[in-house]
Design a protein around this ligand. Sequence first.
Ligand SMILES: *Cc1c(COP(=O)(O)O)cnc(C)c1O
Length: 462
Amino acid sequence: MRYISTRGQAPALSFEEVVLTGMANDGGLYVPETVPQLSRETLAEMAGLSYAEIAFRVMKPFVNGEIDDETFRGIVHDAYATFSHDAVVPLNQLDANHFLLELFHGPTLAFKDVALQLLGRLLDHFLAKRGERAVIMGATSGDTGSAAIEGCRHCDNLDIFILHPHNRVSEVQRRQMTSVLADNVFNIAIEGNFDDAQAMVKASFADQGFLNGTRLVAVNSINWARIMAQIVYYVASAVALGAPHRQVSFCVPSANFGNVFAGYMAYRMGLPVKQFIIATNANDILHRTLTANDFSKQELKATLAPSMDIVVSSNFERLLFEAYERDGDAVRGLLERFQSEPTALAEAPLARLRKLFASHSVDDTTILEVIREAHHRTKEVLDPHTATGYRAAERARADAETPMITLATAHPAKFAEAVVKAGFPGVPLPPHMDDLLEREERYTVLPAELAEVQKFVVENRR
Ligand SMILES: *Cc1c(COP(=O)(O)O)cnc(C)c1O
């Protein structure tokens, strides 16, 4: 199995190379050259297996023998042992035919843990094998930073530097990052906003000379291994509800499209999926594209579901590559136009997408209404991201018979602001985190100057 770029001009890579590489050098994203198949028998045999064992079986073909089975099993087992629920990602039945897939039982209470717990360990494995070290740099306005730190805190061969805007991250989110006191974790509070932090990380990737040859690694959602890890819970939840003998549908609160693209991969591997519903907040590029063929950027809106606040959905390119029947030139042309002007998909690819995908956009007022309504009906307190999914699942589902699985992407305690706005007294943190606000913190405040940040990285990496 090799990995190829969605823009058709970068060299094909092995699994190891694709894990250590972010974007392809032609500006595209890596996807597997062929899609491994899960036969009906293979799916049927998964019934009753542990999550880690299903994960091993689903991901094994993508790893392509580049890690021996026993080692890979161990990596997968360790990654999911960090989750606080025995089922790792339990299914919670809301009514006769609507289920929540709770993806928030990992160390930082959001679904990004599922991928980043694995990615940190994979990076560490490959670096150890090569006798190399690497530096991870990332900018965060909250969510991804803490999940990346938790994923890397035990990795001997990695040092991680996460930049956040000083005094502009919620206290819970800041403390989830700064209370990790590991020797290889460095939190930098930038005297500036998120865009300043992001710009310094981008500039560092564009010019890596300051690291004197040490590899700089990105752990953002374009890394193939993150998609791969997320395929697993689609398979595991569908099997729990009767696949391969029964079809299911999924509703996915979406932003960069990494999560729902993983679902699409599961479908392409043979999982019987009737429909994917893409839920967005007011940042609705995916919804506009699917319903009105309006593939254009709009100004960023700050919403009550901040982890879905995006202008561009980077992983949508991977789906476009499939919709355009893997024509890298067509994808490159479309995305180059998209950068500078409003554009639209060609008719045939759009028609292909509409057969499988529906979408729905949910504004802030509706998010609050949904949190109250869902609680009234089911006694569950939803986080604001999951609330977009709950509403979209009701409004956009193709039929009432196929079981609908809505992905619960965050624990409500992590986004208490919206929950309080909806009229609830707040949500307690789960027991293993209830001392978060008393834990010791460690971070360094630096001016928004590239030279200062790079100097700090060079002086502190091990
Ligand atoms: C990142 C995130 C999303 C969006 O996921 P994508 O893979 O970017 O589409 C949704 N909800 C929460 C809580 C997130 O952290």
